[in-house]
Design a binder for this molecule. Structure first.
Ligand code: FES
Length: 153
């Protein structure tokens, strides 16, 4: 086959695997590394369910090729907590009930982390705009916004 060896740095660990060059980062995570916290919604860049951080910036993993992610630090929802300590964004989502069915939640949280880190959460409008690429079918938007704004301080 046309699979080639590659090494991806996921949540601080180097993982070597063989993948077809066209494999998306999303499929690499879910199908080849059992990191199924990152969700596949639309698979076309429309829903944000697959949001991860690459070198600290958010990306849609469904639009990113795994091969292009080599040499970068990839963070998924599985990598946010430090041992038993949840990330402040995870705590805030719990506190504000920032989810209902939970399917969009990992992507929402990763987007929220980037939102705060990049300074886009200083007002409700700004945070809402930044988070607008992350769809929630249950309509938990007000609670998600409250969580992101709380972490922003
Ligand atoms: Fe990637 Fe929807 S699955 S944006």
């Amino acid at each position: 086959s046309g699979a080639s060896p590659m090494t991806l740095n996921i949540n601080g660990q180097a993982k070597s695997l063989r993948l077809e060059p066209r494999t998306t980062l999303l499929d690499a995570l879910r199908e080849y590394m059992d990191l199924t916290g990152t969700k596949k919604g639309c698979d076309h860049g429309q829903c944000g369910a697959c949001t991860v951080l690459v070198d600290g910036r958010r990306v849609n993993a469904c639009l990113t090729l795994a091969v292009m992610s080599q040499g970068k630090q990839i963070t998924t929802i599985e990598g946010l907590a430090k041992g038993d300590a949840l990330h402040p964004m995870q705590e805030a989502f719990l506190k504000h009930d920032g989810f209902q069915c939970g399917y969009c939640t990992p992507g929402q949280i990763m987007s929220g982390v980037a939102c705060v880190k990049e300074g886009h959460a200083t007002t409700d409008d700004q945070a809402r705009e930044w988070m607008s690429g992350n769809l929630c079918r249950c309509g938990a938007y007000p609670n998600i916004l409250a969580a992101v704004r709380e972490v922003a301080g």
